[in-house]
Design a binder for this molecule. Structure first.
Ligand SMILES: [Zn+2]
Length: 382
């Protein structure tokens, strides 16, 4: 066991109970775990010490919503959308065709590239969904490949109904043979509960079947319209309702009274030129909020958690401290993890060191590469 003292921390954002950062702090890492935090002047002895020269330190980001197993890209669709074509769920078919045709090696290469981008953006834990196979074989291999890069794997066969089968046939697969093939490789099940995808009853059937097999629940909810997704997520005790762009007062009350996290995905609104979710209203009501990238080739092809934070601050009226907390501790809550997302003794030593003196710079300097160092489980990995 080796201990390392990180000292010279100008500002330590712990994302623990308080939003107030510690100034002139130190962090002691013992093996893969945080052993001590406090003022630099009273830091304990350690085998090694690293002087961070006044830089800001925060927990490694937790990206609780990403779609990374796919082939091809949809840059032409993006350009058309920016020229005025509206976003709809149907463009997924392009990616499904490319993903089914891709070899494991091709999918693995793309996945590794995106995982590398996430790491350089300060993300030390990420969730990864299937959902571009939409047949038993490709959904299963998508999850096997996802499992090579993260333990937070999510079965999203219920993304859209593919063109090759009827709606009834596909729902039978989703709650039967496809689910059976995918369950051993997934921790979570997710459903795109939206007009043009799956309605409330269909979504309930899919989620209930997943829950019966031991999977945790997540829902793509209320992205494009004020639908039934949030209410369903709360009703079924889902870990997270994701998007929450169009929510009613009743949805907000239900979230506030539940353990379901509202995961906001502002890079999707940015990339589809859509209205942002009302984060202020959710936070003021007492809802637990997470920020995630929604990285996917259709509606949000970005791995930049710092940009998501900047958008949350500028366009969703979160304070920089609230946005950082949502991108760390909030993401951990959305994945029901109690070992990451906070800098405190006993937590996994996942840290981001900014090339800046304060976490505020994440929003104050949008688009600037200020992620200086990334530590995961006590090892510097970026
Ligand atoms: Zn998504």
């Amino acid at each position: 066991m080796t201990s390392t003292l990180l000292t010279g921390i100008g500002e330590l954002t712990t994302c623990d109970d308080t939003l107030e950062p510690l100034l002139d702090a130190a962090v002691l890492i013992d093996s893969d775990t945080i052993a001590w935090i406090g003022p630099a002047t009273s830091a304990p002895a350690a085998d090694d010490s690293v002087d961070l020269g006044g830089r800001a330190v925060l927990p490694g980001f937790v990206d609780s919503h990403a779609h990374l197993v796919f082939a091809g890209d949809r840059s032409a669709e993006f350009a058309a959308r920016m020229a005025g074509t509206p976003y709809s769920a149907g463009g997924i078919a392009t990616t499904v065709a490319a993903t089914r045709a891709a070899t494991d090696a091709e999918l693995r290469t793309n996945l590794a590239r995106l995982a590398g981008e996430l790491l350089r953006a300060g993300v030390t834990t990420f969730e990864c969904k299937s959902g571009y196979g939409l047949d038993v074989e490709t959904e299963q291999r998508s999850l096997i490949l996802a499992g090579e890069v993260t333990e937070e794997t999510t079965f999203l066969g219920a993304h859209v109904v593919p063109a090759s089968v009827t709606r009834d046939e596909y729902l039978t697969l989703l709650t039967g043979a496809m689910l059976d093939a995918c369950t051993p490789h997934a921790r979570w099940i997710d459903v795109f509960c939206e007009q043009g995808a799956f309605d409330a009853d269909e979504s309930r059937a899919v989620l209930t079947a997943g829950r019966e097999r031991g999977l945790g629940l997540r829902v793509h909810a209320n992205q494009l319209s004020q639908g039934a997704g949030v209410a369903l997520a709360v009703e079924l005790g889902a870990a997270s309702a994701d998007h929450c762009t169009h929510v009613s007062a009743a949805d907000i009350d239900a979230l506030a009274d539940s353990s379901t996290v509202a995961t906001l995905l502002p890079l999707a609104e940015f990339s589809t030129r859509s209205p942002y979710p009302d984060a202020r209203r959710l936070l003021d009501a007492g809802v637990t909020v997470a920020l995630a990238t929604d990285c996917n080739p259709g509606s949000s092809y970005s791995t930049s958690m710092p940009l998501a934070i900047a958008l949350a601050v500028r366009d969703m009226r979160m304070t920089p401290a609230e946005a950082v907390r949502a991108a760390t501790c909030g993401g951990a809550a959305a994945l029901r993890r109690d070992d990451i997302g906070v800098i405190a003794p006993g937590m996994r030593a996942d840290l981001v060191v900014l090339d800046a003196p304060s976490h505020v710079h994440l929003a104050y300097r949008p688009g600037v590469p200020i992620i200086g160092q990334v530590w995961r489980a006590g090892v510097r990995v970026g």
